[in-house]
Design a protein around this ligand. Structure first.
Ligand code: PGA
Length: 240
């Protein structure tokens, strides 16, 4: 069953804000029907916040302060005004970062302690998918994390990220239902979501939103995804 408001989250990765993103009427701004969140580079956070956008950081370090050259703590991200943080995005689980499940669990705990909402990213590689190991991988990735209602989980099959390939919406639904039984609150689908396929994913009963990379850099396409989510919210009776 769907939980909370749908979230449509833009992951701009290592790209500056798209043109017009901070202007009045931009699809990245909050709206009354769904939660729209933008994961910008740390250098764009303040500009986005000033423009009225709900923001998140793409990464945060799980220590409060000290001799950690180059790092930014969850506490600092919170003080800057961001409300969310991505933990364990597949691009950070991969080289050169090689983030482990243990480190990612620390990030989730540190974000909660700092008062920001973690979005924990999980998902299997293509090899694991082909070997039918998806559920085992997800189990392992969730095992070390203390899931609370403040933790959102983004299921992002690694083979679907930036590739144009996706699972079918009903395959994704099965995995989301499995994840929901493990705890956390909302579950998002991520991996090549776009203006065309968003509706089919978002209408699945256990998919509570999307985490969008490539398509989130194109304001018109992102607007289509936001509208698909708003239309679905409108159809769910009694949906708060
Ligand atoms: P994609 O990226 O939409 O470009 O596949 C999703 C993500 O990396 O969060």
């Amino acid at each position: 069953m769907k939980q909370g408001r749908l979230i449509i989250a833009a992951n701009w990765k290592m790209n500056r804000a798209p043109e017009g993103a901070l202007a009045e009427g931009s699809p990245y701004l909050p709206n009354k029907d769904i939660d729209v969140v933008v994961f910008a580079t740390l250098l764009d956070l303040r500009r986005c916040i000033v423009a009225g956008i709900i923001t998140g950081a793409q990464y945060g370090f799980p220590k409060e302060k000290g001799a950690y050259t180059g790092e930014t703590s969850m506490q600092m991200i919170c003080e800057e005004g961001a409300q969310y943080v991505l933990c364990g995005h597949s691009e950070r689980r991969d080289p050169p970062h090689n983030e482990t499940d243990e480190f990612i669990a620390e990030q989730v705990a540190s974000a909660l302690k700092a008062g920001i909402y973690p979005i924990l990213c999980i998902g299997e590689t293509e090899k694991e998918h082909d070997a039918d190991l998806t559920f085992d991988v997800i189990d392992r990735q969730l095992k070390r994390v203390t899931l609370t209602p403040k933790v959102t989980i983004a299921y992002e099959p690694r083979w679907a990220i930036g590739s144009g390939k996706t699972p079918t919406p009903s395959e994704a639904q099965k995995i989301h239902a499995f994840i929901k039984k493990k705890g956390g609150s909302r579950t998002l689908y991520g991996g090549s979501m776009n203006g065309k396929n968003a509706k089919d994913f978002l209408k699945q009963p256990d998919i509570d939103g999307g985490l969008i990379g490539g398509a989130s850099l194109k304001p018109k396409e992102f607007a289509m995804i936001v509208e698909a989510a708003r239309a679905i919210t409108g159809r769910i009776t009694g949906y708060a």
